[in-house]
Design a protein around this ligand. Structure first.
Ligand code: FE2
Length: 386
């Protein structure tokens, strides 16, 4: 806990020291902006009531003291004290000596995987639950959502075998984004398909619709019929591939992250979708954000300098080889009433080809990931207080 507090000479920095002698500094402007008193943040919904311009640029602290777990500060724009809980300050400390900008790092709560996910090795196992249990048991739903968030993939079994049942799966955690393919779409063999997905051809592992901006963030593929020979589903962790590429070819990783690829889809006369984004996208501080990989919709790459194009293609081919490597893949055949869900910003999915014998009918839709993350965080909050 914090054992002493003091101010810099001009009052623009708060200096806190914990009982281990660790120092945490906070700027006056940051503290004033993040005050939680009722004049700064709504007590009802926690939303900020002031704008950054409402804080004078001469903001400084006049006095500070510790009072029973609270750090109480009097700023020069107000006569009263504003209180900050010690635990809140420690949790939100940004005065760290460790490097904030890394070459590559994983988002928190993410665990990457390879073929071992299917075998439950390395503490990684494909999250799977029965539809009825997810509907009726909050503990099962919570741990399944946690698994989906951690691994970017999950399965549901024993669901209803009826058209549109995938919307009930989406309703477990979020909301579906409607696109030109509809609220949901049919994945079955068509005579004149607008998309190669609607044929019996095998499809290389890919993320869906990289030609959209923003891309669909999750996908559900729900099986209604699957008696055809073949047609197995395959999933690949794109974040694990990015980690491998970073380890094996740092220069290649860098060009794939640094330069934009282009993606396009004009499969029917009323659609012309184009996007210009990297195949491996990171946040400015090096955290993996989005993988876009789709051989069918990659347009001519024209945003990579001439001198870096060979390195780019070398890395692109290396990444594709990883995606095709059975050691990176988990394969399974969906039964009617089963579905799988992928984080489409991370996990690639593929399909083995299937023959004309029997039938294969899947339905797909695109729920948004913010709904999953919000539902999961709200459930975690409720579990912490109960
Ligand atoms: Fe797909």
């Amino acid at each position: 806990m914090i054992s002493s507090v003091s101010l810099s000479q001009d009052g623009d920095i708060l200096i806190c020291e914990d009982d281990q002698g660790q120092v945490m500094r906070f700027h006056a402007l940051w503290l004033r902006d993040n005050a939680s008193d009722p004049a700064t943040r709504s007590p009802q919904n926690g939303q900020r009531l002031i704008t950054i311009s409402d804080i004078p640029d001469t903001i400084a602290m006049r006095t500070v003291h510790l009072d029973d777990g609270l750090v109480k500060i009097r700023f020069n724009d107000r006569d009263d004290f504003i209180s900050y809980e010690e635990a809140w300050l420690m949790h939100h400390c940004y005065d760290r000596s460790d490097a904030m900008i890394a070459d590559l790092r994983m988002p928190p709560d993410v665990m990457t995987w390879d073929e071992h996910l299917a075998k439950g090795m390395d503490n990684a196992v494909m999250p799977e639950a029965k539809f009825a249990d997810l509907k009726t048991n909050n503990h099962i739903l919570f741990s399944w959502l946690e698994g989906l968030n951690r691994f970017g993939v999950a399965k549901v079994t024993d669901g209803p075998i009826k058209s549109g049942a995938l919307m009930d799966v989406a309703g477990l955690f979020g909301y579906v984004r409607e696109t030109n393919y509809g609220k949901w779409f049919e994945v079955r063999t068509e005579v004149n398909p607008v998309n190669l997905a609607y044929t019996g051809l095998g499809l290389q592992a890919h993320t869906d619709n990289p030609y959209r901006d923003p891309v669909p963030t999750m996908q559900i593929l729900y099986c209604l019929e699957n008696s055809a020979e073949g047609g197995d589903s395959i999933v690949v962790d794109g974040f694990r591939c990015a980690q491998r590429l970073h380890a094996e070819d740092p220069e290649g990783f860098d060009v794939m992250r640094r330069y934009c690829a282009r993606f396009a889809y004009e499969g029917s006369s009323d659609v012309a979708l184009h996007a210009r984004r990297p195949m491996i996208e990171c946040t400015p501080d090096g955290e993996l954000l989005t993988i876009r990989f789709n051989n069918r919709s990659t347009a001519p790459l024209t945003d990579i300098p001439f001198s870096d194009m060979p390195a780019y293609y070398r890395a692109y081919r290396r990444f594709a080889a990883m995606v095709d490597d059975p050691a990176m893949q988990v394969a399974f055949k969906l039964e009617p009433g089963e579905c799988f869900i992928v984080d489409n910003t991370r996990v690639l999915h593929a399909r083995r080809g299937y023959s004309g014998e029997g039938s294969r009918w899947l339905q797909g839709c695109y729920p948004d990931k913010d709904g999953l993350r919000s539902t999961l965080a709200a459930m975690a909050k409720q579990r912490a207080v109960s």
